[in-house]
Design a protein around this ligand. Structure first.
Ligand SMILES: Cc1c2[nH]c(c1CCC(=O)O)Cc1[nH]c(c(CCC(=O)O)c1C)Cc1[nH]c(c(CCC(=O)O)c1C)Cc1[nH]c(c(C)c1CCC(=O)O)C2
Length: 354
């Protein structure tokens, strides 16, 4: 039994934190803050511990993952940790030949473009990612009442790397497959939904308090194509973890036109990039969901006064909504001054203290 009202399956230590309350749209002592990509190259202590270890290799080292995940929590006093990993880790774990190239991103040796290529995608079992279970166990012990957010890439964004073979501006091969062979596309996304659902379950079972599904590049699609060709797979991922009752966050870049549909796919919290003001995002998402966002990460390169003014704009636009989690509109840019991030957390906490 726990001291609070945390339901079975949820971490009682983090249940009453500001972050978890905001996800549930309950009153909070202050607006909680965390940053996408808060762990990583903006921190000198990250660059130091990563020296000489390749990105994917580091994701499989539980002690290193634990240290890197904790670094921004210690330094910035953010309200949540995000598990240090990458969206391609579960694909690597089932044997896909891929690497993360510095300054480029994930690169896939044999892109998936035919039915025969689908055979590369076998089911993921907890044994494939035992280092994740191990690292999350270590992390939750260290984090105490600070929630750990687990995450995965959404089927469309994973498919875009697998089909293109790497990062892509126009997603031409991905769209060629989506429009040209709708059945193969649907089967590919369904396979990825199975893998992603299984991967999120591993993280929740290990102790993650919430999960975020990153559909970073789905903003490349029109709403009708999203609804027809992507939404069923994202829905399947959210359904796979629904019974745990942990908050499910959904986010993509440039998804202003998709916010309503992405919410409908099953999110409890919708992430918003900086292109849509929070008060407009509430109208697009509709009632019953918390919102996360949405300071332009490039604003952090401006003056202290400008950063505070732009932050206040976000807070004011979000003032009327139930459940606001402050975040950037996308990940921390690698050359961001970490002190600007620490000051930002402090500013949001002070200005929203109730
Ligand atoms: C699209 C995507 C990827 N990876 C991810 C996404 C979705 C989030 C988003 O939209 O930004 C998710 C991700 N990747 C990483 C995290 C860490 C957790 C956190 O947010 O702090 C998270 C949440 C670490 C990483 N993932 C990567 C790095 C940089 C590699 C390094 O530090 O050596 C980090 C810290 C590599 C990576 N991996 C990917 C890219 C585009 C890159 C950057 C390439 C580069 O600029 O070098 C694919």
């Amino acid at each position: 039994m726990s001291a609070n009202n945390s339901p079975a399956g949820q971490n009682p230590a983090t249940y009453d934190s500001a972050f978890m309350k905001a996800c549930r749209r309950e009153p909070v002592p202050h607006t909680p803050v965390w940053f996408m990509r808060q762990a990583g190259r903006s921190l000198p202590e990250y660059r130091k511990v990563r020296e000489g270890t390749a990105m994917l290799e580091s994701c499989m080292m539980p002690e290193l993952v634990t240290e890197i995940t904790l670094q921004p929590v210690r330094r910035h006093k953010v309200d949540a940790a995000i598990y240090f990993s990458d969206i391609v880790v579960p694909l690597k774990a089932i044997g896909i030949d891929l690497d993360i190239k510095p300054g480029i991103g994930p690169v896939v040796a044999n892109p998936i473009r035919s039915r025969a290529d689908l055979a590369q995608l076998r089911d993921l079992t907890p044994d494939d990612v035992s280092y994740v279970t191990q690292a999350i166990g270590m992390l939750t012990a260290e984090l105490g009442s600070t929630p750990l957010i687990g995450f995965a890439g959404a089927p469309f964004t994973l498919a875009s790397y697998l089909v293109e073979g790497g990062p892509s501006r126009n997603h031409e091969h991905t769209k060629a497959l989506m429009y040209g062979d709708p059945q193969l596309w649907a089967d590919l996304l369904d396979r990825l939904a199975e893998i992603t659902g299984a991967f999120l379950k591993v993280q929740i079972e290990a102790g993650a308090s919430a999960v975020q599904l990153f559909d970073s590049w789905v903003g490349a699609l029109a709403p009708a194509d999203y609804r027809r060709s992507v939404m069923p797979a994202s829905q399947k991922v959210f359904d796979a973890v629904a019974s745990y009752g942990v908050p499910r966050i959904h986010f993509g870049v440039g998804t202003g036109e998709l916010l309503g549909l992405m919410g409908e796919a099953g999110a409890d919290v919708m992430g918003v990039d900086w292109r849509v003001p929070m008060d407009e995002a509430v109208r697009r998402v509709g009632p019953g969901k918390a919102l996360q966002g949405n300071l332009d990460p490039a604003v952090l390169f401006s003056t202290r006064e400008a950063i505070e003014a732009k932050t206040d704009e976000v807070l004011d636009a979000a003032a009327g909504l139930e459940g606001h989690i402050f975040n950037l509109g996308h990940g921390v840019l690698p050359s961001t001054d970490p002190e600007a991030l620490t000051r930002l957390v402090e500013h949001v906490h002070t200005r929203t203290a109730r």
